[in-house]
Ligand binder design. Structure first.
Ligand SMILES: Nc1ncnc2c1ncn2[C@@H]1O[C@H](COP(=O)(O)OP(=O)(O)OP(=O)(O)O)[C@@H](O)[C@H]1O
Ligand SMILES: O=P(O)(O)OC[C@H]1O[C@H](OP(=O)(O)OP(=O)(O)O)[C@H](O)[C@@H]1O
Ligand SMILES: [Mg+2]
Length: 283
């Protein structure tokens, strides 16, 4: 059977996390900067390293079976592909921003204005929905500089921390979409057993990333209070300690609840709390 092909970004914001995700799924491959294709030695997959802009169309056309790319690029290219899995990295927003001294206050104030962007399709759709007619100026990068150069009155670009906007004297004006990296596939590939196996592995890695493994000691008399605080995967594992009437409790806690839970556990009598990363959770 022919190996499947997955396209990931060659270099840039998504490259490192895409490579790390595939490695965390147990895939062994060499990752030389100069090579644009590599074969996974222990899974029937080849990895193509591409410019992110090309990935949705390569997948749509079946040149690659799978791809990892930002949702913003999928929407911009209007490629006909399947969303197989949201990946939780490369999170950002796409916003219209204006110079801080701009008199534009509401979307209608953009009528007749020039807006610079690398995402003309997404912008045009948003403007049409708001019945705004603006002049869209397509620029391939460093979009935030264009108002200062008097090339545009506003910009539409990716915002994450907002640092690039601030350092160019711009303020957010309208939120258009949010984005994150997505595993996409060509239509029909979702039924392929190799793809199902890869998705299962990815999901177990993502679940683990959101979770901490916690071991704590508690006196038996406080155990019931501790258990009510710990939903765990199924229920916590209780192990007796050498010291009479004391037990160790092993469980997992969601990253987002972590500090809140730890403080409550301490208040309920937990001692010697040890926290460890989780590699994979298979359910
Ligand atoms: N500041 C950011 N924070 C988080 N995610 C981002 C940020 N900037 C971009 N991204 C996400 O990462 C993707 C890749 O961004 P990058 O800047 O590497 O693209 P690029 O310069 O177009 O790369 P390429 O050379 O592959 O064409 C974007 O399409 C977006 O989904
Ligand atoms: O809100 P911030 O955290 O400042 O991030 C936003 C910036 O990040 C991206 O550019 P990047 O730094 O990837 O450079 P690029 O223009 O070369 O793609 C994007 O195009 C913005 O300019
Ligand atoms: Mg690009």
């Amino acid at each position: 059977m022919k190996n499947l092909k997955i396209a990931i970004q060659k270099s840039g914001r998504l490259n490192e996390k895409s490579v790390q995700l595939l490695k965390n799924c147990g895939l062994n491959f060499e990752n030389y900067k100069s090579s644009l294709i590599t074969t996974v030695s222990n899974f029937p997959l080849e990895i193509l390293f591409l410019r992110d802009d090309d990935i949705p169309e390569y997948v749509q056309d079946g040149i690659a079976d799978l791809g990892i790319v930002g949702e913003n690029v999928i929407v911009e290219t209007e490629a006909n592909v399947r969303y197989l899995q949201r990946l939780g990295f490369g999170k950002c927003s796409l916003k219209i921003a204006v110079p801080s001294h701009s008199d534009a206050k509401e979307p209608a104030d953009l009528n007749g204005k020039a807006i610079a962007t690398s995402y003309p399709t997404i912008l045009k759709k948003f403007l049409d929905e708001q019945s705004i007619t603006a002049d869209i100026r397509i620029i391939s990068g460093s979009v935030e500089i264009s108002p200062a150069l008097e090339l545009s009155d506003a910009i539409f670009d990716i915002v994450s921390t907002g640092g690039t906007l601030r350092s160019n004297g711009l303020v957010p004006f309208a939120d258009v979409m949010t984005s994150e990296a997505i595993l996409i596939g060509k239509n029909g590939i979702e039924n392929n057993p190799v793809v199902c196996e890869l998705i299962q592995r990815i999901q177990s890695v993502l679940r683990a990333a959101e979770t901490k493994y916690v071991v704590l000691n508690v006196e038996r008399s406080s155990l019931a209070d501790i258990i009510t605080l710990l939903p765990g995967v199924k229920s916590p594992t209780i192990v007796p300690l050498a010291e009479e009437n004391w037990v160790a409790v092993h469980t997992v806690i969601a990253e987002q609840d972590f500090w809140d839970k730890i403080n409550k556990l301490k208040a309920a009598g937990a001692q010697g709390i040890v926290v460890m990363p989780v590699e994979k959770i298979i359910i």
